[in-house]
Design a protein around this ligand. Sequence first.
Ligand code: THU
Length: 138
Amino acid sequence: MNDTSLLDAARTARKHAHAPFSGFQVGAALECADGRIVTGCNVENATYGLTICAERVAVVKAISEGVRQFTRIAIVADTDAPTPPCGACRQILWEFGGDLEVILGNLERETGRYRLKDLLPLPFDGRALNGSRNGASR
Ligand code: THU
């Protein structure tokens, strides 16, 4: 799928956002290695803290469908400046996607393009657990 179509998939997913508290709607489209696209939108909760970002919804959907290999993610919000993934989403994306290409966009155009390792330098991951001196391992 080309970049424009991946961004369009994120724009379509964004229309399903449940964001009555912030009014900030986000859509994500995760490209899987087999070409499949799994989308997500942010789902807010009245407790605020239980809100789930669009990116994490997409990752969790994909994992639950048995998909484990990812290549890119497009993230769309209605902002002129790039809306980058939050810290929690960077960590989850790294866990399952490694050094994904992250394409940011708004409703009209692409606003930025990054590698995840540049957004999350020195990530904590399973390698740290395997290197533990007190026995934890994966
Ligand atoms: N949000 C996302 O869905 N993804 C991000 O990367 C940043 C923030 C959502 C969470 C919340 O529903 C709203 O945007 C405002 O923070």
